[in-house]
Design a protein around this ligand. Structure first.
Ligand SMILES: *Cc1c(COP(=O)(O)O)cnc(C)c1O
Length: 459
């Protein structure tokens, strides 16, 4: 089939859809470092994690060895409502750029939540339901994760409590209403409902909140209400496992036409979409079967890979969560108000951090106005209004395609288009009005977070 004309969109039949998630940790010679208890500096056991997370998800989190994890039939059924997501051959973009490169993107924005986050939300809600829990709690910043989780919980009949960063709650009323339409309760954070929220409000009256603070509230509510657990939409190993469905579908689709990517590109906030997209390709690379160039793209305003340290750090600003070893800017780092809300996290997935540290992938950072320039070009060429987060990958894919134009190489470039930008039109408005700015932290500003890392474990 290798010479067959490749269609604009490569779909898979239901039968061809993945039946297993792929756990890339099984093929890593150096495993990601374990989560550590900040008090004892010892690795967290399943029993330590049980009050916070669902049992089956803890098992997945700690499992570095099982290569293939069966996707339960109920989850496959849900996936079939909005998957497979299309793998698009960007013929129009190639033509407009005049590049000999072949560009493909995996589009995850074709569901109501508008992003890839639903792939893990349904899995996490499913295991919570199976454990007989009443509900789950979580935090959300810009709202994509909260929306995805609300949809999954509505489908399974689980209660869903979302703590939404107050500034987003006020400025993004539309996402909030989508969540409420799916039955979630949405509380602006910090709130008076939790001890940690009351403490933060007493210390910082009038604060508009942060993701770290919302995590602390959601964890407190989960651990103090029987029948509730906390769930997280990125960073964790289990989330990368669920998101491997993106990469597996991509690989099955490309294999059908004998296409082998040269370069794979994704935006990286906590690392879940990129980790998912690259998983099966990285597996081949780790096993020495094939080589690929893999590029993580992050905002210059929150450059964890490119300017962070590889060290143990807290995942939350409240410093109540376990420590994870990752590329981090420090839990106290507060990025400037960049419009790619989903990329404003100080740390990075421990799996991707280890792979990057060991030289299996590259990372680069891009500035906001250049990202929106690429987003607009893409919207006008391919028709999709991309999320600001996804547009980081678009920017670098376009740059690589332009390089191919100079060298005359017909490289295969694959990138992850993680979502749509309908709820980000204030950002587009600023770009269109010419009032958008680029804010890059100085070394002195970064030093504040980097010099305040917690005590490091001995192992
Ligand atoms: C959350 C989000 C991201 C970033 O999260 P990762 O875990 O790094 O994938 C990227 N794109 C969109 C549309 C998102 O909602």
């Amino acid at each position: 089939m290798a010479n067959e004309k490749i269609p604009y969109k490569i779909y898979l039949s239901e039968e061809e859809m993945p039946k297993f998630w792929y756990n890339v940790r099984a093929d890593m010679k150096v495993k990601p470092a374990p989560l550590v208890n900040p008090g004892t500096l010892q690795p967290m056991t399943a029993a330590d994690l049980a009050p916070v997370f669902c049992d089956e998800l803890i098992a997945q989190e700690l499992d570095n060895d099982t290569r293939q994890v069966p996707i339960p039939e109920e989850i496959r059924g849900f996936y079939k409502m909005y998957r497979p997501s299309p793998l698009v051959r960007a013929y129009c973009l190639e033509e407009k750029l005049g590049t000999p490169a072949h560009i493909y993107y995996k589009f995850e924005g074709n569901n109501t939540s508008g992003s890839h986050k639903l792939n893990s939300a349904i899995a996490q809600a499913y295991y919570a339901k199976k454990q007989g829990l009443r509900g789950v709690t979580t935090e959300t910043g810009a709202g994509q994760w909260g929306t995805a989780l609300s949809m999954a919980c509505a489908y399974l009949g689980l209660d869903c409590k979302v703590y939404m960063v107050k500034v987003s709650y006020e400025q993004k009323p539309f996402r909030r209403e989508v969540m409420r339409t799916y039955g979630a309760s949405v509380t602006p954070s910090p709130s008076m409902e939790t001890a940690v929220g009351r403490k933060i409000l007493a210390e910082h009256p009038g604060t508009t909140g942060s993701l770290g603070c919302a995590i602390s509230e959601a964890v407190e509510v989960a651990t103090s209400n029987p029948g509730y657990r906390y769930v997280l939409g990125s960073v964790l190993n289990q989330v990368l496992l669920h998101q491997s469905v993106i990469g597996l579908e991509t690989k099955i689709a490309l294999d059908k036409y004998g296409v082998v990517p040269d370069i794979i590109i994704g935006c990286a906030g906590g690392g879940s979409n990129l980790g998912g997209l690259i998983s099966p390709f990285m597996g081949e690379k780790l096993r020495g079967e094939r080589d690929y160039r893999i590029i993580a793209v992050e905002p210059a305003s929150c450059p964890s890979f490119t300017r962070g340290k590889f060290a143990y750090d807290f995942c939350d600003t409240g410093m109540i969560c376990p420590l994870a070893k990752m590329y981090t800017l420090g839990a106290g780092f507060i990025p400037s108000p960049n419009h790619a809300g989903g990329l404003r996290f100080h740390g990075m997935s421990p799996v991707l951090s280890q792979l990057y540290h060991d030289g299996y992938m590259e990372a680069t950072s891009v500035e906001q106005t250049a990202v929106f320039e690429a987003a607009e070009f893409f919207a006008r060429t391919e028709g999709i209004l991309p999320a600001p987060e996804s547009s980081h990958a678009i920017k670098v894919a376009i740059d690589e395609a332009k390089k191919c134009k100079e060298t005359g190489e017909a490289k295969n470039i694959v990138f992850g288009l993680t979502g749509t930008g309908y709820f980000d039109l204030v950002a587009y408005e600023q770009y269109n009005n010419g009032t958008m700015t680029d804010r890059i932290p100085t070394d002195e500003e970064l030093a504040v977070g980097l010099n305040a890392l917690p005590p490091q474990p001995e192992f």
